[in-house]
Design a protein around this ligand. Structure first.
Ligand SMILES: [Zn+2]
Ligand SMILES: [Zn+2]
Length: 162
């Protein structure tokens, strides 16, 4: 059955002065999914916008195509905020994870999102990631010139739509 997840995240406190770093969301996500193909719960699944299928990383030996895709990628820019709303469609079927003795579910509780930037001081690109189980608030700075880029206040919100 088809299941859709909505993932929403927001960066705040983006400086209006100082060197412009052009912080932007990258069109990829890692999400922990219960995978009915390898019959394991909590598999890290990598998805890129415009690319199907995704990849269930399983463990290293068992990585396989995953029936999931990013179906929506909406960026909203405010005065000092940068928000992202991501939709993930995936095919899911009931199964039992024999190793963890756990039933598979259609929901996820862990995601990692990526943002990129370009440092005008050092003329080098950089990336940072936002993930579910991290300490917040977190001040994100440029790894090249240490200028502040944004603050991460809340965990990404994850919602099962259907
Ligand atoms: Zn799998
Ligand atoms: Zn910089």
């Amino acid at each position: 059955m088809l299941r859709s997840l909505e993932i929403a995240v927001e960066l705040t406190d983006r400086p209006s002065t100082g060197p412009f770093h052009n912080v932007h969301w990258q069109k990829r996500v890692e999400v922990s999914l219960d995978c009915f193909i390898c019959e394991r719960t909590g598999r890290t699944t990598s998805l890129s916008y415009g690319e199907e299928p995704g990849v269930c990383t399983g463990n290293r030996r068992t990585a396989h195509p995953a029936p999931a895709r990013i179906s929506g990628f909406d960026v909203t820019q405010g005065r000092d905020t940068l928000a992202l709303r991501l939709l993930v469609d995936r095919w899911w079927a009931p199964f039992h994870d024999a190793k963890r003795d756990q039933a598979g579910t259609a929901l996820t509780n862990w995601v990692r999102l990526y943002a990129g930037y370009y440092c005008p001081e050092s003329q080098q690109a950089g990336t940072f990631s936002i993930q579910s189980n991290a300490i917040r608030p977190r001040n994100i700075v440029c790894t090249h010139c240490t200028e502040p880029l944004a603050t991460e206040v809340q965990s990404p919100a994850i919602r099962l739509l259907v």
